[in-house]
Design a protein around this ligand. Structure first.
Ligand code: SF4
Ligand code: SF4
Length: 75
């Protein structure tokens, strides 16, 4: 499936705000460092994301893009 939440990790400063607001608890800080020396936020379980966009709203640095899956038409 397409990723629902994408992090532009080089812009992340590892503040952890997104980690604390995710209602699904699926955001964590990576073990590796980005180019600025911070541990960037990431989501491994993309299928658990509900595209609520709470993370994208809270991020002070515009790191996160949230995609919504195409709505299926019901007959
Ligand atoms: S869109 Fe919502 S569920 Fe998905 S990672 Fe962000 S805060 Fe978590
Ligand atoms: S809120 Fe933004 S800057 Fe802070 S850890 Fe999450 S993605 Fe990185």
């Amino acid at each position: 499936m397409e990723p629902r939440v994408v992090f532009n990790e080089e812009y992340c400063k590892g503040c952890g705000l997104c980690v604390s607001v995710c209602p699904k608890g699926i955001i964590s800080l990576a073990e590796h460092l980005n180019g600025k020396g911070y541990r960037p936020a990431a989501v491994m379980e993309q299928e658990a994301c509900i595209s609520c966009a709470a993370c994208g709203r809270v991020c002070p640095d515009g790191v996160i893009t949230v995609y919504r899956p195409d709505k299926q038409k019901t007959a």
